[in-house]
Design a protein around this ligand. Structure first.
Ligand SMILES: Nc1ncnc2c1ncn2[C@@H]1O[C@H](COP(=O)(O)OP(=O)(O)OP(=O)(O)O)[C@@H](O)[C@H]1O
Length: 704
C-alpha cells in the first residue's frame, strides 16, 4: 500500500479503506499470535521455576523471574496494542489532509484517526489526532497553515481536506472541504440520538476547542462556557492529549477529576477508554471532605443543602450559606485563624530533667513561630528548648524527656479541638447566630470547608504530590474558600471548567475571574458556541436566564411544547402518555427533570406501575438509559434526547435558585422539550410561552 498514490475518487477511497482494513486485520492476527506466544512463554518459565526450584541457584532464579516479568510486560503492551487495533478496524480514520511542506515538498496525504498506525517507522498510514501535524486538520481550511512541532513552528500548504464517516467497518460517506465539511459533519453528529454516555468528538473538534485542548502552557486553565458548549468533552480530550504528549512523565493514575456526583462520573467514563487511555480517578467534594476530616465529623451533603434552600422556608439557613461564601467571611476568618496562632498560648516555665527554662524564654520561642501551623509551632518550640539546654548545659535530652516537654508545651497551647475552635470564630466575631449544629451533631455543608481550611492552616498538611493534574468540573458550584483548599492541597496543573448560569446554589457560587484570583498562574478562556440543543430549545433557555455571549449553533428541531392543565391527574396522565410515546419513538433517552427530590420521588411512585421509568437519586451510581426521573441538581452535566419539565408553576419556580434549576433542566435537552404546569406558568417562562404552541389539554377536554 503506497499512500503517495493520490486516492482521489470516492471509489479509490473505498478501495483504500478496504486495503487498510485488511492490513489492520493482518497486524491484529499477528499480534494475537504474539500475545498467545508470550503467554505460553510465561507459563513455561513459571512451571520451570516451580519444577526446579530446589536445583536452581539464586542467580538462575533471578534470571527466570526477570524473563517472566519481561514476557508479562511485553504481553500487556501487546494486549493494549490489540485494543487499539480493534478500534481502528471498526473505524480507521475520519479525516484526510494533503499537505506540502519543507518535509514533504511533493505533497503527502495524511489520514487522521483515533490512534496512529504504521507497519514500520517510515510508513505512517494513520496519524493520531493528537500528533502535532494533525492540528492542521482542525485549524485550517485549504491554503496556508502551520503547526507547532517539537522543534518549532512548521509551515504547510493544505491542498485537499476530506472527512469520512466509517462506522462498524463500513465506509458510509466522504465529504470534500469545498462543502465546508466540518459544519456538515458536525450538524449530522449533533442531530443524532444521544448515547447513555458522553461521546468522543475527535472527528469534529472545532478550532477554538482545539486551541484549548492543546494549550499546555497555562498552569491552570479555567474554561467558562455556555451550557452545551463542550466543556466536559474538551476537558476529557485535553486529558487524552496531555497523556499522549507527556506519556513519559504523566499517566492516567496521576490525574484526578472532581466531579459533581457518581452518576456524572459514570456518564463521562467512556471517553478516555474510547480514546485509548485508561479512565482517571474521580472524587466529589464531599468524599474529599470526609477524607480530609478523617471521617471524624458528620455533615450534611451538598445535595441536602440544596434541598433545604429549594424549600425556601429557612431564611436563616440561607443567610448562613450566603455569609460563609462571602469575601467578608473570608477576611474575618483569616484574621481569626491568625489570631489563634498568636493568642492561643499561655506560656509558663518548664522543667526538663533537672533543668528549668523560664516562662519568658518559652514565650519568646512561641512568639518566633506564631505564624506557623499548630503542629509545626509545637515541634519547633520543643526542638528550640532542647537545643537551648544542650547549649547551656551540654546535656542531650533523651526521647522520653523530650516527649514530656512536648506534652507540657501542648498543654499551654489551649484549645486544639477543631470543632470548638471553629465555633469560637462565631463568638469571636460576634456572629454566634451564624453557626448552627444540625441533628445528631452534624455540621451544615456550609461549615465543612471552612473547618477544613482552618485545619489546614493550623496543622502541618503536606500537599498531595501524587496528583499531577487536577480537573474540576462544574466549577461554579464551589466557593472561593473551597478553591483555596484545593490550591493548597493540589499545587499541580489544573483544568477547571463550568458555567456560572448553571450554579445549583447561587448563594455560594464562583465565577471564572474569582477563581483566577485564587489559583496561581491561571488563564481564563471562554466558550460561547452551544452545540447541544436545537435553536428552539436554546431560545427557551435564553428566556429563563439570558447569556448575552451565547452563540447558538443553527440547528433546528421540533418546537418546545407548553402544556397547561387544570387538574393534577390530567397533568400526570399527560406525562405518562409522553413516556409511552417516547418508548415507541426514535429517541433513546428521556429525562423528566423535577425541581426537588420529593417531587421526583412522588412522580416516580405514580408512573412506575404503568410505565418503564427509573429514578435517579443521590444514591444512584450509573446513568440508566430509557426514561429517568430526576432533579436538576443531579441532571447537571448530563444530556437527553427529550426533556420534560413538570410542575412549572409560578409558585413552584419563583426564587433565584429556581431560575437556575429551570435553566439547568431545559439545557439538558438535545432535540425535544416539553413543559407542563397546572395553574399559572412560572414568570421565568412567561415571555416564551405566549409566543409558542400552547396546548391547554384540560380546556380542550372540557370543551369537548
Ligand atoms: N466539536 C464538537 N463536535 C461534536 N459534538 C460536540 C462538539 N462540541 C460539543 N459537542 C457536543 O455537545 C454536547 C455538549 O457537550 P458537553 O456536555 O461537553 O458540554 P458542556 O459545556 O460540558 O455542557 P453543560 O455545561 O451544559 O453540561 C455533547 O453532546 C457533545 O458531544
Amino acid at each position: 500500500m503506497n499512500l503517495e498514490i493520490q486516492y482521489r475518487t470516492e471509489a479509490e477511497e473505498r478501495q483504500l479503506h478496504q486495503s487498510i482494513t485488511a492490513r489492520l486485520k493482518e497486524t491484529y492476527r499477528n499480534l494475537r499470535a504474539d500475545v498467545a506466544a508470550r503467554h505460553a512463554e510465561m507459563i513455561q518459565i513459571k512451571q520451570q521455576l516451580q519444577d526446579q526450584i530446589r536445583d536452581l541457584d539464586h542467580v538462575d532464579k533471578a534470571n527466570l523471574r526477570q524473563a517472566a516479568n519481561m514476557a508479562s510486560r511485553v504481553g500487556e503492551f501487546s494486549v493494549e496494542q490489540q485494543k487499539r487495533l480493534e478500534r481502528l478496524i471498526e473505524s480507521p480514520y475520519f479525516g484526510r489532509i494533503d499537505i506540502q511542506s519543507v518535509e514533504h515538498p511533493s505533497g503527502k496525504p495524511l489520514y487522521i484517526g483515533v490512534h496512529s498506525f504504521s507497519e514500520d517507522a517510515d510508513r505512517q498510514f494513520i496519524h493520531d489526532w493528537r500528533a502535532p501535524i494533525s492540528s492542521l486538520f482542525y485549524d485550517f481550511e485549504l491554503g496556508d497553515g502551520y503547526y507547532d512541532a517539537p522543534d518549532g513552528q512548521i509551515e504547510a500548504q493544505i491542498n485537499l481536506k476530506r472527512q469520512y464517516r466509517i462506522e462498524k467497518q463500513q465506509f458510509r460517506f466522504m465529504l470534500e472541504s469545498s462543502l465546508n465539511i466540518l459544519d456538515n459533519v458536525l450538524q449530522e453528529e449533533l442531530s443524532r440520538a444521544s448515547d447513555t454516555k458522553l461521546k468522543t468528538i475527535v472527528a469534529t473538534i472545532q478550532r477554538d476547542q482545539n486551541a484549548i485542548i492543546r494549550n499546555d502552557d497555562a498552569h491552570t486553565m479555567i474554561i467558562q462556557g455556555a451550557a452545551g458548549s463542550g466543556k466536559t468533552s474538551i476537558a476529557m480530550h485535553r486529558i487524552a492529549y496531555l497523556l499522549y504528549k507527556y506519556k513519559d512523565t504523566i499517566s492516567s493514575q496521576d490525574i484526578l477529576i472532581i466531579s459533581p456526583n457518581n452518576v456524572f462520573a459514570h456518564y463521562i467514563s467512556q471517553v478516555l477508554p474510547e480514546l485509548g487511555e485508561e479512565m482517571i480517578s474521580e472524587t466529589t467534594m464531599e468524599v474529599l471532605a470526609d477524607v480530609l476530616l478523617e471521617s471524624k465529623f458528620n455533615f450534611q451533603s451538598f445535595g441536602e443543602q440544596i434541598q433545604v434552600l429549594l424549600r425556601g422556608k429557612d431564611t436563616a439557613f440561607a443567610e448562613r450559606v450566603r455569609y460563609k461564601a462571602s469575601t467578608d467571611f473570608l477576611a474575618d476568618f483569616d484574621r481569626y485563624v491568625d489570631s489563634l496562632r498568636k493568642s492561643n498560648v499561655s506560656s509558663k516555665g518548664v522543667k526538663v530533667s533537672v533543668y528549668s527554662v523560664s516562662a519568658e524564654d518559652v514565650r519568646r520561642h512561641f512568639q518566633r513561630r506564631q505564624n506557623q501551623p499548630f503542629n509545626e509551632q509545637l515541634n519547633g518550640v520543643t526542638a528550640a528548648i532542647v537545643e537551648q539546654i544542650k547549649l547551656n548545659h551540654q546535656k542531650v535530652i533523651e526521647n522520653k524527656q523530650r516527649a514530656e516537654l512536648r506534652a507540657q508545651l501542648k498543654a499551654m497551647m489551649g484549645e486544639t479541638d477543631l470543632k470548638k475552635l471553629y465555633k469560637g470564630f462565631y463568638e469571636w466575631s460576634g456572629k454566634a447566630d451564624l453557626f448552627k449544629i444540625g441533628p445528631k451533631g452534624s455540621l451544615e455543608y456550609a461549615d465543612v470547608y471552612p473547618l477544613i481550611y482552618m485545619k489546614l492552616q493550623l496543622s502541618n498538611t503536606t500537599p498531595n504530590a501524587a496528583v499531577k493534574h487536577l480537573v474540576v468540573d462544574e466549577m461554579q458550584d464551589y466557593s472561593p474558600l473551597q478553591y483555596r483548599v484545593l490550591s493548597q492541597l493540589y499545587p499541580c496543573k489544573k483544568t477547571v471548567l463550568g458555567d456560572r448560569n448553571q450554579s445549583v446554589n447561587p448563594l455560594s457560587s464562583s465565577h471564572a475571574e474569582a477563581i483566577r484570583d485564587i489559583l496561581p498562574e491561571s488563564l481564563c478562556v471562554y466558550m460561547r458556541k452551544s452545540y447541544r440543543s436545537t435553536s428552539q430549545i436554546t431560545q427557551v433557555a435564553q428566556a429563563i436566564l439570558n447569556n448575552p455571549d451565547l452563540e447558538p449553533i443553527a440547528r433546528h428541531g421540533e418546537e418546545p411544547t407548553f402544556n397547561s392543565f387544570r387538574k393534577k391527574s390530567e397533568e400526570l396522565d399527560f406525562i405518562a402518555g409522553q413516556v409511552k410515546d417516547f418508548c415507541g419513538g426514535e429517541y433513546q433517552s428521556m429525562a423528566i427533570i423535577c425541581r426537588t427530590q420529593g417531587e421526583a420521588d412522588e412522580l416516580y411512585e405514580h408512573l412506575r406501575s404503568t410505565t418503564t421509568v427509573s429514578l435517579l437519586n443521590s444514591k444512584s451510581r450509573v446513568f440508566a438509559s430509557g426514561v429517568v426521573i430526576t432533579t436538576a441538581y443531579l441532571a447537571k452535566g448530563l444530556e437527553f434526547d427529550k426533556v420534560l419539565v413538570p410542575f412549572c408553576t409560578k409558585t413552584n419556580y419563583h426564587q433565584a435558585i429556581d431560575r437556575h434549576m429551570l435553566y439547568i433542566a431545559v439545557t439538558r435537552a438535545m432535540h425535544s422539550l416539553a413543559i407542563t404546569h397546572r395553574g399559572a406558568i412560572t414568570e421565568f417562562l412567561e415571555s416564551v410561552c405566549s409566543t409558542r404552541q400552547f396546548s391547554d389539554a384540560s380546556s380542550e377536554e372540557i370543551a369537548s
